[in-house]
Write a protein of this length. Structure first.
Length: 599
């Protein structure tokens, strides 16, 4: 079968599309070069293939179980994680001063995509730990970093994020977990948390739970939320482990997919003392947690693309080797059957998958470059612009891949027919694993509200104008091309639809009808997302078109495939923006006026 995630796609995206070479010139990354980055990706690909991929189906079939005392995982998980840690991959993006490799985010995101495509269940524990460690690096004090961050980067401690509660879900203003000050400056934590991935296991010496709670007397709503370090086992000032902290596993949630990662319901301070340490200042916990969540949202999008890549590559290999049927123009029933990849509708499904997967991957790596520029570029204006663009694109980078790459996984099942619906093949598992991502780290509906309400209307469209400047530059580069000029015109039309819809929605909100404007935010998100992905495809097509005349024989097919996928997206997908724009201009109130009792 075809490779589960071809490195050629990553080298194209990194070096030819998104300019990793320019990022490597920044002072922070000057110790690295292309050969170093490519060698790291080679090593990651090999480890993912040898240690992660082989037990992906095992972790799905033998999901974690709780015997009332201990959580049990398949025996193959720990050796894979240990190999990942030994390879230095966990701390690869962290500063050299804390033992990291100081890799660009672009390279780290690419590396993480390889492991995610191979086995999201095992990668989940590591991804959560990196995100928690990043938060501590940004907001923890020196003592907290010494006690918790360094052991996390060594792989001795793992991390989680504890936001949701059984009664609150995504409505964090309604959380009830409490923090009561102790005489020693720490806090007694009491409450319940739900849907906590990686909340219990024995893969590490300790689990550092980052918990949202409200200090007694705090303001109501989100303004009263603080953030605490609540370890599974307490940690002494010298770094040694103390006794068990008062965190009790209530039970494991049984999931449709993503089954290799434990998902827990936890009770804090239920009959025994549960001690937490405040991170930063009181009542600023949500802003600190969003540091972790925004990173996690982009990672969710990249993970969705990775899972869809694995499904697409499997479907591609299967359809290229599975003979069945004949061309409709062939009237000879005794002639040999053709591979099903020869049938036009199968090609439609393969092109759709390719266009979703590689378009989404491109957007996520573009966002990773923005992270690198924001962190590392010495030019203050570049940092400011990168931050604004990243803020605008984050809800799209989370929601569009998690919606349309899930569709790609569905099409992968369809390509295999009845076989795809069985557990004998991985495509049904990959679909189930990916189904979490439209929910994960803020549902796609929340991303629509965020995009329209906060990221576009909230800043008066300033970031949107910055984005359009970059998109216009791509259009200008393509307009004179005999083939790509058609796409440049179509992209400009779609941008106009966003502008018109934004003015309509903004005007409606300004007239005091905010509920009506925001009721249309999901349609706005899809209009915006399809347009941004079309931009990414035009960018890739420009490079492929320029490279074709001098490309090697092996690369000829690669670049032609890029041009075919771009053509598909512009002919089949981008026209959908017209329907969304028409709906938005009507300012339809169906979602507000429907009588729920009648449904």
């Amino acid at each position: 079968m075809t490779d589960f995630f071809p490195l050629r796609e990553l080298t194209f995206q990194l070096h030819e599309v998104h300019g990793l070479g320019e990022v490597l010139k920044l002072p922070r990354y000057a110790m690295h070069d292309r050969d170093t980055c490519d060698a790291i990706l080679d090593a990651a690909h090999m480890l993912a293939l040898e240690e992660f991929l082989p037990h992906a189906a095992i972790s799905d079939a033998q999901e974690p179980h709780f015997d009332g005392t201990k959580v049990h995982l398949p025996k193959e998980v720990k050796p894979a994680i240990d190999a990942f840690l030994a390879g230095g991959f966990l701390k690869a993006a962290f500063d050299e001063e804390v033992g990291g490799l100081q890799l660009p985010q672009m390279v780290y995101s690419s590396m993480a995509a390889l492991f995610t495509a191979a086995n999201i269940g095992t990668m989940g524990y590591l991804f959560l730990t990196v995100a928690a460690a990043n938060l501590l690096r940004a907001h923890g004090n020196e003592a907290q970093q010494k006690k918790y961050l360094l052991p996390m980067l060594e792989g001795r401690f793992f991390g989680t994020m504890c936001l949701s509660e059984p009664q609150a879900g995504s409505s964090l203003a309604d959380i009830k977990t409490k923090a009561v000050p102790r005489a020693d400056g720490r806090f007694d934590i009491t409450g319940n948390k739900m849907w906590i991935s990686g909340g219990e296991h024995d893969l590490s010496e300790n689990i550092v739970q980052l918990v949202l709670a409200k200090i007694e007397g705090a303001p109501a709503g989100v303004k009263g939320i603080s953030l605490f370090i609540v370890p599974k086992r307490t940690v002494n000032d010298d770094g040694s482990l103390g006794g068990k902290n008062g965190i009790r596993l209530i039970g494991l949630n049984h999931k449709m997919g993503y089954r290799g990662t434990t998902n827990t319901a936890l009770a804090f301070g239920d009959g025994e003392a549960c001690i937490g340490e405040l991170i930063g200042e009181p009542h600023k916990g949500l802003s600190y947690m969003f540091h972790m969540m925004n990173e996690a949202r982009i990672a969710v999008g990249a993970g969705a693309a990775a899972l869809a890549m694995a499904g697409y590559r499997y479907a591609l290999g299967y359809t290229q080797q599975r003979p069945q049927g004949r061309a409709l123009s062939n009237k000879d029933p005794s002639s040999p059957p053709v591979n099903i990849s020869e049938h036009p509708d199968v090609r439609r499904m393969l092109l759709a998958q390719k266009s979703y997967v590689e378009g989404a991957l491109s957007l996520c790596l573009y966002c990773a470059r923005l992270v690198d520029e924001e962190i590392s570029n010495p030019d203050a204006s570049v940092k400011t612009e990168s931050h604004a663009l990243l803020d605008l694109l984050t809800p799209i980078a989370k929601a569009w891949p998690s919606e349309w790459c899930l569709e790609a996984n569905k099409l992968a099942i369809q390509c295999l027919g009845g076989y795809g619906y069985t557990r004998d093949y991985p495509v049904e598992r990959l679909y189930r694993d990916n189904r979490l991502n439209p929910i994960h780290e803020g549902t796609n509906g929340i991303q629509g509200l965020d995009l329209l309400g906060r990221k576009v209307l909230g800043d008066g469209g300033k970031a949107l104008k910055l984005l359009f400047v970059r998109m216009d530059a791509t259009i200008a580069a393509a307009q004179g091309d005999a083939v790509l000029g058609e796409y440049a015109t179509a992209l400009k039309t779609a941008m106009g639809r966003i502008q018109t819809a934004t003015l309509k929605l903004g005007g409606t909100a300004a007239q005091g009808q905010m509920d009506l404007a925001m009721a249309n935010s999901s349609a706005y998100l899809e209009l915006f997302g399809h347009t941004v992905i079309a931009w990414q495809w035009l960018t890739q097509a420009l490079i492929a078109q320029a490279a074709l005349p001098t490309a090697s024989h092996s690369d000829q097919g690669f670049y032609k495939g890029k041009l075919s996928a771009c053509r598909y997206f512009y002919r089949y997908e981008l026209p959908k923006t017209a329907t969304h724009a028409d709906l938005l201009l009507q300012m339809d109130d169906t979602l507000l006026t429907v009588d729920v009792a009648s449904l």
